[in-house]
Write a protein that binds this ligand. Structure first.
Ligand code: OAD
Length: 239
């Protein structure tokens, strides 16, 4: 069992947001130059937007998926994976990110609460399938063969995030909660720190700026994820 600031640590929950992938070259959503600065999320990331203009939505997510071929995991992704592999206790990783950089950084367990760019969902048969190439409304579902039923396997505004029961169960028993690179604007993820505090967990925020929920954390590490996460993981593994 490790100790951090005098607090015994055996079960860790890590929540990541777009900030953990920023230094890999993927734009965040709400920083200056972020994705939602140039796109209205209500015209892209809602079921209504998809019904109104599916081609726009397919184009947006196809472009983001193909961008993954040109980026690499960074030191923060790798440090989290190292913690998962080397820590004597349990490390549960939940991400709001739809990229695959945690997996490529070596994480064997990643809970994608907002879905994944490399997956597409068939509305006809309900199956999630790997999305290796561009797809649109003319693409046939590889499972049921129906044309026109595929949508991005992404949780849009107004939809319920995936795996909530598992995440809340982990938060209930964790003794350390770490949020990395997330603005604390989007719920339910922004509320996880409250759940962790109720569980008597120590809570740490890693962010280069203040988030909307900074005041709820016991400790704050102000700085870039590649620096701060690496240092924090070293501290947890050194003990
Ligand atoms: P945001 O873009 O809202 O916030 C990114 C956060 O990362 C900000 O608080 C930045 O200060 C911080 N940040 C940026 N670069 C960093 C770095 N190098 N090191 C440390 N921190 C850094 O992204 P999320 O909070 O992930 O949902 O957004 C949450 C959800 O809103 C997303 O999953 C997405 C979006 O709408 C869906 O698309 C469903």
């Amino acid at each position: 069992m490790a100790r951090l600031n005098g607090h015994a640590v055996n079960r860790i929950v890590i929540l990541t947001g777009a900030g953990v992938s920023a230094e890999s070259g993927l734009a965040t959503f709400r920083d200056s130059g972020g994705l939602w600065e140039n796109h209205d999320p209500m015209l892209i990331a809602t079921p209504e937007a998809f019904a109104r203009d599916p081609d726009l939505v397919y184009r947006f997510y196809n472009a983001r998926r193909s961008q993954l071929d040109n980026v690499l995991p960074n030191a923060a992704h790798r440090a989290i994976a190292r913690l998962q592999q080397a820590f004597s206790g349990d490390v549960f990783l939940v991400t709001q990110n739809v990229d695959d950089l945690h997996e490529r950084g070596g994480s064997g367990q990643v809970c994608h609460m907002h879905g994944q760019l490399r997956s597409m969902l068939c509305k006809k048969c309900g199956a999630a399938q790997p999305a290796a190439d561009d797809y649109d409304r003319s693409t046939r579902c590889p499972r049921c063969g129906v044309v026109g039923g595929l949508r991005p396997d992404i949780v849009w505004f107004g939809e319920i995030p995936f795996h909530m029961d598992t995440i809340l169960a982990r938060l209930r028993v964790c003794d350390l909660f770490i949020a990395i690179g997330t603005s604390g604007v989007v719920y339910p993820a922004a509320g996880f720190v409250r759940e962790a505090v109720v569980s008597n967990a120590l809570t740490i925020e890693v962010n280069r700026e203040l988030s909307d929920v900074t005041g709820l954390f016991h400790l704050r590490r102000r700085g870039m994820a590649t620096t701060e996460v690496v240092a924090l993981v070293e501290e947890l593994l050194a003990d």
